[in-house]
Design a protein around this ligand. Structure first.
Ligand code: SF4
Length: 169
């Protein structure tokens, strides 16, 4: 499989891979309740109002969507509503850096902004990350074509998941 084929996976898929394999599968099969989720709506609202002087929502090849880019300092920004760095956030933005590198855009770092808590986390992509992301993408490739929905597993993320009612009610 070529890198271009691998990169059809969006940052969202990489994020969901780290949250829950079932969520990843449901989303990839267009079983999608995201627009009805208050949590998602809050995240979108925060993204829209918190950095309104910056250029936002830069879509690249319809594969990734970066909240805004500081071209002068070569930093991509991702806005999140929670107050702590989660593994899914971390790998989503590392994937963005990996994707940009595949397009010949080198030397960028990432910053995750938590406007609700006035916090930020700086992220860099290192060689071991690149190798790990290749494995992650390979595993996503294996999960998505399966006929069966992955088993539900009760985790803290279920409480704010847009599939909560589908899985647990
Ligand atoms: S509710 Fe829980 S088990 Fe169901 S998709 Fe969401 S995170 Fe996964």
């Amino acid at each position: 499989m070529t890198l271009d084929q691998q990169l059809k996976h969006t940052g969202t898929l990489v994020n969901y891979y780290f949250v829950c394999k079932r969520k990843l599968w449901l989303f990839a099969h267009q079983i999608n309740f995201e627009t009805e989720s208050d949590t998602v709506a809050l995240g979108r609202l925060l993204s829209e109002i918190s950095y309104d002087r910056q250029k936002k929502e830069i879509k690249i090849d319809e594969m990734i969507s970066i909240d805004w880019i500081d071209f002068r300092n070569k930093v991509i920004h991702e806005v999140k509503k929670s107050d702590k760095l989660e593994e899914a956030h971390l790998w989503q933005v590392k994937y963005y850096l990996y994707f940009l590198e595949s397009k010949g855009v080198q030397g960028f770092r990432a910053e995750i902004n938590y406007p609700k808590f006035h916090k930020r986390e700086l992220i860099e992509l290192i060689d071991s990350d690149r190798e790990y992301l290749k494995e992650v993408i390979k595993e996503i490739e294996e999960i998505l074509p399966r006929d069966e929905i992955p088993e539900k597993v009760r985790i803290p993320a279920c409480r704010s998941c847009s599939y909560f009612e589908f899985c647990w009610v």
